[in-house]
Design a protein around this ligand. Structure first.
Ligand code: LRH
Length: 490
């Protein structure tokens, strides 16, 4: 059989990459052919995605992939929830706005005045978090209704990229689920919510499954770039959906963290878990490949570290992530904790300062040095993982013997070790490029090269390296967990 060559574009919140996956019938191998930063732009108080620059980077990736030997098909995944609005002629009405923009601050209280929280959860199964599309659109409907009136169609970011490449106008299932406007039981839009929020239904496109062919690359684009017109597939357009495809678990029952800017921690289910307990714990039921369900929680993740480093760089200290890890390790353990999901940590700006404020406010030791701040972040993240791990066990009624961590965050060995210590189970890390590999695997399944998800996971497990961590200092972590639980309630 001739090798299949699959091109994946994977956009994260701070960088993107084009990765060529080659499948020889047994093994997938990767070649990174293009990497670029994704720099949001703040202008007149609004935080935008620089979407045309990102489209330019797709073009660069397509040219480089052709020069690297060509490709049979293309798929795109990105972060969740964000969208672009288009007019009747297919023109973008304005640059898509970043989910960290302040327009959704305080919006959820307004939302619940119109539709009770319970009703929204029952209809969507999605956790309440300000960045959700429903909140962004509700804010537009309240504050900029004229923009929504001019909108002819809404495309979520990965679907928008597919539209740029092919002209196809659909909403891919995994990404659609992140809007909090889709009903996971019907697999269609949650129609009962739209009118009451002043969100027009008719701008939403039909929902299609990951694995659907969107069409071929547009002729004018192929001419411009000198590339062949190959098919573009809708993959799990939501990056977390793509990442979880890559969890190299053998059985069906496992806990994962997709670790990057966010730590998305959860398990996979056949059916949505929508009940009082899951609402109370604010668990989400995102759509997965093959219409399975990702029961998970968003935890703030490496954002806390990335933002702290940006602050130290602004202050003139050029420190690498490896330096920061070493400095953390040299500090005294368990001096102070933060709730990683404290609202003020959500927005960009002076993260070490915000962490110190949190410790002061909760009557704890205030971390001074970089190492102390880092130690506080590492331990707090690991303890939040533990809390979520236990809540998942409680919710599903299963004990889980190990924790899989996939994604770029697995390069951070200290966090993986702390995760194992805090959860008290073996941690298995890898693959690092989980999102791109999931994207590639869905394309291979769509082409009939890989039979199903189970088969894909087997191939991924044997194609990519995994590392194991065993729990250490469990008693000390158990003690710390009690203090952590008490502090984050303050
Ligand atoms: C991770 C992610 C996450 C969403 C957030 C907006 O990249 O897609 O799953 O909640 O970005």
């Amino acid at each position: 059989m001739a090798n299949k060559r699959v091109l994946a574009f994977d956009f994260g919140a701070s960088s993107g990459r084009a990765i060529l996956g080659t499948f020889d019938g047994k093994t997938i191998s990767l070649q990174e052919i293009h990497r670029f930063s994704n720099d949001p732009v703040s202008l007149n108080g609004t935080l935008y995605w620089d979407i045309l620059r990102l489209y330019h980077e797709i073009k660069q990736g397509l040219i480089k992939a052709k020069l690297a030997g060509g490709f049979d098909c293309v798929g795109i995944d990105t972060w969740g929830v964000d969208f672009g609005l288009f007019d009747e002629e297919g023109r973008l009405l304005e640059n898509p706005i970043h989910y960290r923009d302040a327009r959704t601050e305080g919006i959820m209280e307004e939302l619940f005045k119109v539709i009770p929280k319970e009703e929204i959860y029952e209809n969507t199964g999605i956790q309440f978090i300000a960045l959700n599309t429903i909140n962004q659109l509700f804010s537009l409907s309240k504050n900029r209704p004229e923009l929504l009136k001019r909108a002819h169609k809404l495309l979520l970011v990965p679907d928008m990229m597919v539209y740029f490449l092919t002209g196809a106008e659909h909403s891919e299932y995994t990404m659609a689920s992140t809007t909090q406007l889709m009903n996971p039981n019907t697999g269609d839009w949650a129609y009962s919510l739209f009118d009451r929020l002043g969100i027009p239904k008719d701008i939403f496109c039909d929902i299609v499954d990951a694995g659907t062919c969107a069409g071929n690359l547009k002729d004018d684009l192929c001419k411009e770039l000198g590339i062949p017109s190959v098919p573009v597939y809708y993959v799990a357009g939501h990056d977390t959906g793509s990442a979880v495809v890559s969890v190299p678990a053998e059985g069906d029952d496992f806990v994962y963290i997709s670790s990057g800017t966010w730590s998305l921690m959860g398990t996979e289910c056949e059916k949505p878990v929508i009940n009082e307990k899951s609402l109370q714990n604010n668990f989400t039921n995102e759509g997965g490949y093959g219409r399975n369900v990702r029961l998970l929680k968003n935890i703030m993740g490496l954002w806390l570290i990335q933002e702290s480093r940006r602050q130290w760089q602004r202050e003139g200290f050029e420190v690498s992530f490896a330096d920061l890890e070493r400095e953390a390790l040299a500090c005294k353990p368990f001096q102070c904790f933060v709730d990683p999901d404290y609202e003020a940590f959500n927005t960009p700006g002076d993260m070490p300062g915000k962490i110190r404020d949190y410790c002061r406010m909760t009557g704890q030791y205030v971390p001074e040095s970089r190492g102390e701040v880092m130690r506080c972040i590492y331990e707090s993240l690991a303890l939040k993982y533990r809390m979520t791990f236990k809540a998942l066990e409680d919710l599903t009624g299963h004990p889980y013997p190990c924790l899989h961590i996939v994604g770029g965050g697995t390069k951070d060995g200290l966090l993986s070790q702390f995760a194992s210590n805090a959860c008290g189970v073996e941690v298995i890390t890898g693959p690092i490029e989980a999102t791109a590999i999931g994207n590639i695997s869905v394309q291979l399944m769509a082409m009939g090269e890989i039979a199903n998800l189970k088969e894909a996971r087997k191939i991924i497990a044997s194609s990519f390296e995994q590392k194991k961590y065993q729990p250490k200092d469990v008693d000390a972590w158990n003690e710390a967990a009690k203090r952590f639980a008490e502090i984050i309630k303050r």
